[in-house]
Design a protein around this ligand. Sequence first.
Ligand code: CP
Length: 326
Amino acid sequence: MPPKHQRPYLPFGDLKTAPWYGKNILSVGQFGRSDLEYCFSVAHEMRIMVERVGTFDLLKGKILANLFYEPSTRTQASFMAAMQRLGGAVIPISEVHYSSVAKGESLPDTVRTLGCYADVIVIRHPEVGSAALAAQHAQKPVINAGDGVGEHPTQALLDTFTIREELRRLDNLNVTMLGDLKFGRTVHSLARLLARFSGIRLNYVSPEELGMPRDVMDEVSAGKIPQRVETRLDDVLPETDVLYVTRVQKERFEKAADYEKVKDAYVITAETMKAARKDMIVMHPLPRVNEISMDFDSDPRAAYFRQMEYGLYVRMALLAMVLGKA
Ligand code: CP
């Protein structure tokens, strides 16, 4: 038996009847407000446990298959770290070209295979709907780590958790999303999640050709959330509580010339941020290219590096939830 300070305490337990046990996590649409509060309370406990003991054995004996068909640093590494901090093990498949995918194996067969070895499968794939397809064929829970321009639900969860931990509230916020709102899947999922809360105002600032898709705006407006579309950041920055900056997604453009035209449409610098409030935060899912200048990194409002750490706690919570340990 480990010493008492290394033993998990409530709310962690072996609760096979836990609401998320055995479930896939494919879309933010699965998360109502009470699910979010539950997930964030578990993530907060994970944060305390990591700060207190670093690694503990909540998922000892469990195995994660980390299947990445697209590049990733944060999502891939944080899921691996999450499983290892919970005492579990990981099968990393990030170079699919060295797996049987290179021989033409289908996604259904690949996840069926991994389901024989692992207890949970995390997947990133360039095609919209690929995580749902994987879930249809896997005999183990599947977690969507990004399906093309579709969704990236665990990023939206960690983004929302970041706001909660940094600003101590999720209601009554003025949130400005900036940059590539067309291809940036994180902002689609985040807008949908924030629509669950009250007093939210969303501002979308982008070049006209990279605006927030109509279907996302329609879904958000069903929640009676005011939405404002702008091309100039100056018009909304002074009243912003959360500035969520996104990278222009070069890999999603068909023509290089179209990318070149918009790639540096907005650059956040220390100078730009003089117009913003002192108690607001700046977030970014990362990686960044030029859209946030390094001269802003040391500003306390720059929350984007802390945001990556919050991702670890949220992914620990999600793994514990689907494996029946939260
Ligand atoms: N934010 C994010 O998904 O980063 P990676 O592409 O590095 O995983």
